[in-house]
Design a protein around this ligand. Structure first.
Ligand code: NAI
Ligand code: F6P
Length: 382
């Protein structure tokens, strides 16, 4: 069985590539980073290390790499032969890889009519659905009809903390032992891919929102608050009472919204929160606040980890959230010269003021109760 995976980065190698290999797939990584692709083709294996005291490292084999800039034809051929296509490139790159995926699918359908699942493993709601939209923008309406019967784009939630890597071997990855990969089976054409570690569900909504608004909201809140308090890593930030108290408040607020929306059991959700905070505190992982907070414009977006749960909270309680507002205010104060979005956000704030900048990235009006709550906290952080 053959898998094509776009993005040979932390999640690509440390999570998706690992599970595909363990399920018997030969994995072809597609990336634009020539150093990584050359190293994959030279060594044909790498090791995944686990950030705990007990687990042994696992070797991932049966791999190859394609540099999609240098050899687009090889990407097309790999998609023609693939039994599954996965991605972990970041939401902003989905429109870029959609072109290569569309070309591969158009040529594939002329050669054979085997169904195929294309799964975007990104931290976002509806990642595969969005990828499908980008792919369909690249093809004619007639081709689209043929595609619908063969190619499924099931949405997915992926959860595993993989920090920036500092290993001697470029390809090796150090990951937390925990993982969760949930895939919505409704839109899969043909048989469900037999991948060890995937949980198939009928409806992804509750899973992705519970994960995004607990793990990702909590992690990003810690990063922004930690950065404001001068901490460099997540575990350091959580040793300070101020950040920990606000994190707890944030997760109480998102928890209240999630319980109202999906009827999760309150005790089970409280346990889930504690488990997630424990993962953030893993002493075997050093995770920089700059990595976890990367892309603040995307993270303050209308459907992302802050604004969406804040809006749900407002809807259910008729009050703007306090702790989510503190975290969003800290995001507006996030400084990182190497992060394009952080630089862009600071420029917007300088030019238009914080309320107008927040309104623009969040999609909320300047006089919206959430914007007003964020501005109140923004002033306190001065
Ligand atoms: N690192 C983590 O802990 C987690 C990350 N994720 C998600 O996984 C996705 C990837 O994140 P990471 O692996 O951390 O990032 P990463 O930066 O380590 O990997 C992304 C890879 O995509 C490659 N890439 C960029 N443009 C490309 C293109 N046009 N074609 C093919 N490859 C391209 C990059 O060269 C890089 O190797 C993101 O959506 C992230 O939100 C999800 C859960 C956890
Ligand atoms: O990948 P994103 O959406 O930029 O978020 C930062 C990453 O680190 C995490 O905090 C943990 O993996 C996730 O929330 C996320 O993958």
């Amino acid at each position: 069985m053959k898998a094509v995976h776009f993005g040979a980065g932390n999640i690509g190698r440390g999570f998706i590539g690992l599970l595909l290999d363990q399920s018997g797939y030969e994995v072809t990584f597609v990336d634009v980073n020539d150093e990584i692709i050359s190293s994959i083709n030279q060594h044909k294996s790498y090791q995944v290390h686990f950030a705990d005291e007990t687990s042994d490292a696992v070797t991932v084999e049966h791999i190859s790499g394609i540099n999609s800039i240098e050899d687009p034809k090889a990407v097309t051929n790999a998609i023609i032969d693939a039994d599954i296509v996965t991605t972990a490139v970041g939401p902003n790159i989905l429109p870029v890889i959609a072109k290569a995926i569309a070309k591969g699918l158009v040529e594939r359908i002329d050669i054979h009519r085997e169904p195929l699942a294309i799964i975007a493993c990104e931290n976002m709601i509806g990642g595969s659905t969005l990828l499908k939209e980008y792919v369909y923008q690249e093809i004619s309406e007639t081709d689209q009809e043929g595609f619908d019967d063969l190619f499924g784009f099931p949405d997915a939630a992926v959860d595993r903390i993989v920090p920036n890597q500092t290993n001697a071997n470029l390809l090796d990855v150090r990951v937390e032992p925990y993982y969760e990969w949930v895939v919505e089976k409704t839109f899969i054409q043909g048989e469900l891919p037999d991948i060890k570690g995937i949980t198939y569900v009928e409806e992804l909504g509750p899973y992705i929102e519970r994960k995004l608004f607990t793990v990702n909201t909590g992690h990003a809140a810690t990063a922004y608050l930690g950065s404001c308090h001068g901490y460099e890593t997540i575990d350091e930030a959580l040793q300070g009472e101020a950040v920990m108290d606000t994190l707890n408040g944030v997760l109480q607020e998102t928890g209240q919204a999630l319980i109202e929306a999906y009827g999760f059991d309150a005790k089970a959700h409280a346990d889930y929160i504690q488990k997630i905070i424990g993962r953030f505190q893993n002493p075997h992982i050093s995770d920089e606040v700059t990595r976890v907070g990367r892309g603040p414009v995307r993270k303050l977006g209308p459907k992302d980890r802050f604004v969406r749960p804040a809006s749900m909270y407002l809807e259910f309680t008729s009050a703007a959230p306090t702790y989510l507002a503190k975290a969003m205010a800290a995001a507006l104060r996030f400084q990182n010269k190497s992060d394009e979005e952080a630089v862009k956000l600071q420029r917007m704030i300088q030019k238009k003021g914080p309320a107008a900048a927040f309104a623009e990235v969040s999609g909320l009006e300047q006089n919206h109760p959430i914007t007003e709550a964020v501005m109140l906290e923004y002033e306190k952080l001065r």
